[in-house]
Design a protein around this ligand. Structure first.
Ligand code: SAM
Length: 193
């Protein structure tokens, strides 16, 4: 992933989500499930002040540290390896909160989106799979493969309405959606002023 990012930059869905972020000058950014942290890097380079990345898997840390050092941004980013839902109490609210392709990797969308929304001061940005036959089939196929290989991890197709309801319950309002791709849909929710 880091090699791909160095060669080709952010994937298209991530670029769409960055487009929904608006002016991030000076903003604090919390990315949940940010993987190697490429999207966070992009927001920092667009003027965000500092960032926190809470990632469940420790497997990205070396690649993330290398990218931060190459971009001279290590001092502005704090990384935690943790389940955000469990550790939400130790993370303070941030201006912009990002979940790019994360909700589909967590069984409880209400808990994850609700916690992310509760930590959003200004704007919550989400990318999740569209509800359609193609993605339903994809999720079933991936889960069948994971079952076969003995992996306990599963993917989920949470309804978009449920994701929106969890954000709205925490006081956010739907602001805009990025043009949909065949698999992914992105949306931003804002806290009314
Ligand atoms: C499909 S990957 C996407 C990584 C990155 N956002 C991207 O789009 O390249 C989903 C990531 O979300 C992380 N994740 C899932 N649930 C999480 C949670 N509750 N807290 C923190 N990270 C989580 C997983 O560990 C995984 O790295």
């Amino acid at each position: 992933m880091a090699r791909r990012y160095r060669r080709r930059g952010l994937p298209k869905t991530a670029r769409g989500l960055v487009g929904l972020a608006g002016d991030v000058t000076g903003a604090s950014v919390l990315e949940v499930g940010g993987g190697i942290g490429d999207l966070t890097l992009e927001l920092l380079e667009r003027g965000a002040g500092r960032a926190t990345n809470v990632e469940l898997s420790g497997g990205y840390e070396d690649a993330a540290a290398a990218l931060l050092s190459e971009h001279h941004l290590g001092e502005r980013v704090e990384r935690h390896v943790a389940d955000f839902v469990d550790e939400q109490g130790v993370v303070e609210p941030h201006d912009v909160v990002v979940l790019h392709r994360v909700v589909c990797c967590y069984p409880d969308a209400d808990a994850l989106v609700g916690a992310a929304a509760a930590h959003t001061r200004r704007r919550l940005l989400l990318t999740y799979p569209r509800e359609r036959a193609l993605t339903r089939l994809g999720v079933r196929a991936v889960n069948a493969w994971l079952r076969l290989t003995g992996c306990g991890f599963r993917t989920y197709l949470h309804p978009a309405a449920r994701i929106a309801a969890a954000a709205e319950q925490a006081g956010l309002a739907l602001e805009s959606r990025a043009p949909r791709g065949p698999v992914w849909e992105s949306a931003s929710f804002a806290r009314p002023r």
